[in-house]
Design a binder for this molecule. Structure first.
Ligand code: OAD
Length: 241
């Protein structure tokens, strides 16, 4: 356990696909992970979209259908509850599923965008949200100028939104405790956030049923599924005052 909750002002949380696994959202690298059955370079790169926007959109439409049927789980709800207990609470996620928002978390730093968002490839207007499943037309078009629309997510080879990334690194540098939940800790720059927190002396807890490159460095490891473990862990930490 970290120092008593009453003495902690600043906490950061980094989540990955594993936090949504118990909600039914597929992870990327596990046994049934998306990258076992699909090649990322065929579906999640700007080149793939240029080559075949319909194929890319069909894949996103399928994922939107899967995610749309999922509910936040006890781990998402616990994080939403934790937020009000600390002066500074930064929830940084690599997930595009929007389940943290649905659970009631405010101000989520979505490093890789959101699968419900769309963006005009001609850049004529701000991004917009469309939760229609299945989409009315594939590929969808910009309602303002008619250009192709793309998912408002970050693909391999693209930069992360700079404001969000800056806020995430700032939280990693200043937090006293960081929880790292359900990420393989392999994809940068997200994977370097816990390393920054450790360098700055934060107490880092990993929640993951499997070992990761972070496991040897973390101060505490909880080797259980997040929705099972996090509510009890939070309760135990709170009872320590
Ligand atoms: P991964 O699929 O790489 O890793 C999921 C992690 O969750 C693994 O370490 C699992 O052991 C763990 N896990 C599985 N079930 C869990 C559970 N119930 N509770 C806790 N942990 C569990 O997913 P990410 O680390 O999120 O990027 O992947 C990072 C990025 O790579 C994604 O955002 C995506 C992907 O390619 C882009 O699309 C840009």
């Amino acid at each position: 356990m970290p120092m008593a909750t009453s003495t902690v002002n600043s906490i950061a949380v980094l989540t990955g696909a594993g936090i949504s696994a118990e909600s039914g959202v597929p992870t990327f690298r596990g046994k049934d992970g998306l990258w076992r059955n699909y090649r990322a370079e065929d579906l999640a790169t700007p080149g793939a979209f240029r080559r075949d926007p319909r194929l890319v959109w069909e894949w996103y439409d399928w994922r939107r259908g899967l995610i749309g049927a999922c509910e936040p789980n006890a781990a998402h709800h616990t994080l939403a509850e934790m937020e009000s207990h600390f002066d500074e609470f930064s929830l940084i996620t690599q997930n595009v599923d929007g389940l943290h928002n649905l659970a009631g978390s405010r101000a989520v730093l979505e490093l890789h965008g959101n699968i419900w968002g769309l963006r005009c490839t001609a850049g004529c207007r701000p991004t917009w949200e469309d939760r229609t499943v299945p989409l009315a037309t594939i590929p969808p078009r910009c309602p303002s100028c008619g250009a192709l629309a793309r998912p408002d997510v970050v693909w391999f080879g693209e930069s992360l939104p700079s404001g969000v990334l800056d806020a995430a690194f700032s939280a990693a540098r200043t937090c006293e405790v960081m929880l790292v939940i359900g990420t393989s800790a392999l994809v940068n720059p997200a994977a370097s956030l816990p390393l920054v927190a450790l360098q700055r002396g934060a107490y880092v807890v990993e929640f993951n049923p499997q070992p990761t490159p972070l496991s040897d460095l973390a101060d505490e490891i909880v080797r259980q599924p997040a929705a099972e473990a996090l509510p009890g862990w939070w309760h135990a930490w709170q009872s320590e005052g």
